[in-house]
Design a protein around this ligand. Sequence first.
Ligand SMILES: [Fe+2]
Ligand SMILES: [Fe+2]
Length: 709
Amino acid sequence: MSSSANSGSRGGPHGGLKKKIGLQRQTEGGSPDLRSLSVLVLVIFALNVIFMKWFLEDRNSGFLPGQASPRTYFALLPLKYVDEESTEMLRSRVGDTIAGVLVRDGAAMDRLNKKIEAMRAGDISSLALSPGLADLIKEYPEAPRTMVLKESARLSEAYLRAHTDVDRAPQWSPETLWKEIESLSLPIEESNIVYQVLNEVLSPLTHSDEELTRILRQEIGDSMQPVERKIAPGDVLVEKGQIITKQAARLLETQGYAMLSFPWKQVLFALLVIPFWPLWVGLQTRKSREDTDDSTPWFYLSFIVGLSWLAEYVSSLFYVQGMGSLFLAGCAYLTLPPHTALQLVLGGGIIGALVVSGFSTLHIVIVALMSIAGAFAGFYVLADAHSRGRLWRQLFMLGVVQTATGLVLRYAFNLSFSAEILLPFALGIALWSTLVIAALPLLEDAFDVLSPLRLIELSHPSNPLLKRLQMEAAGTYHHSLMIGTLAENVADRLGMNANLMKAGAYFHDIGKLRRPEAFVENQMGGENIHDELKPSLSALIIIAHVREGLELASEYHLPRVIRSFIAEHHGTTVLSYFLRKAENSGQPVPIDQFRYPGPRPKSRETGLLMLVDSVEAAVRSEFKGGSESLLDVDETVNRVIDSKIAEGQLDDVDFTLRDISVIKETLFTSLRTVYHTRKVKEIKEKATEMPEKRKQEADVSEGSNAPRK
Ligand SMILES: [Fe+2]
Ligand SMILES: [Fe+2]
């Protein structure tokens, strides 16, 4: 009956398991308005950091390439780099030592050869001598004329040979020429004629080749090693008043100094890139199967990411770059499902590195990689925080991992590091770890999120609402403790948040405080008020415990996530016992009067609570003494869980078949221990009908037991 009464699409017993939860989560968790708001929040944070950096630091101390430096700049980070300007200067200086490359002139040599032959043959006309000299030689008597021409030919040949000798550079000059002539011991007049002939016949046999000279200069320059320089923190990079060259500007930017120009590029980056942020978070949240918090406000995600950018900026002022992501990892992993937190820290850290570090490549790489290390390490390190002290130690450890990553990167980038930087990092880690713990309560209050510490506080017996439950509805209190223990066991096996499960279980039936006596666990064997009431009135009272629970939760400021356990733990199940009782009276019965208002469980945690709660109620009512107590616990667990799935109550929860079998198995083991039941098949067969009284108890305690077949 209840099966037809329940709405919805459901297939076989496990039809609901195949439902996809992602799309629904995305739309619930991120309406367009909230997404726009989150983008706005992030852009405001980013612009805030950029403007602060500009106003507080760069505006007064910025530099402009090509202008005189407004101050003396000191190195902040050790760095090894190639000094391109000095290398260029050195190469050009070395190249200038090449005066010019002389090459032989082949045509001139051929011409000289012909002239030598002509001189030997006594042919003056082909020597192209000046007319005066030619006439003078022609007028000379033949014997001395022949001798003059032969000697001239011989010396010309010597000149030619001197130029063709590859091992010897030509040494000819007017002086050497004259000396050679003198050595011939000719009369002075003839010596003069020889000199004049040679003066006109001999022409330069080499010329300077510009192209070859250029190539040689280039090659010699290139063969010079580039000039490498090392700078250590504290070294002067640029003196005050010195003109800032392009290279000096690059060096200053690498060191994190900013230019005087307003950082428009960063502003543009913030405006163009950050609007895509929800795509990243939305995509990753959709993928996350452990997302227990469907409606985690986008505003919160953006706020902690933005806050971490501010933290990064403050850290950079104290030279402990990369600590902003420690703050982000702390806040995210302690208040969000692990996979959402991982993506948030990855995305937030990388964009943050670009926003905070300007466009100083070295800083961006170091800060981004430290964030990535923090994101992955946080996934494992911040897994199990049970106390403030332990949490602080875990955060500190995370900071140590990030710092170690930073130091390895410095080593990888040839940035030597001194032991002095370890102290500010240790102080930075300690400070940000403390600040995360201090910020958690504020974030919890402002954004209604939950940290493990808050969950532990909530689950403590000193909690005012739990105290009231203990005093005013002892049966419900013990039922809640029992559910808490069972649910925590299962959550541990499924890798779910056990602290959250326990806290949710403790408060799920808090609404029974309004009328404790209406619920069988508080009747202590006394009179059952429902015996005297009309079924519709009984149903009204029982169903009201969900609404009244939510009212109390709001009165006591219980977190939103805990309220979802109250709202969803009965889903849209029907009080089948009272419905049947009403139908038996013969009157037409509107089924919705007997149905819980819902919604159906939307998360794995509230889905698990529904299963544990209804299984525990069924087992408790069926095994409460008498012959029925020999019924098989396993059979009851199976029946109740399968019926919840068949009713479609878990359609919005992404449990797998394996999850369901782990839940069943863990509940068998735990409940068997509690109820010490023997498995007696013969008796089980006889007891196929659950007595009416037991059914009523099941409805009255939880109202969600599936009717037995
Ligand atoms: Fe309940
Ligand atoms: Fe309950």
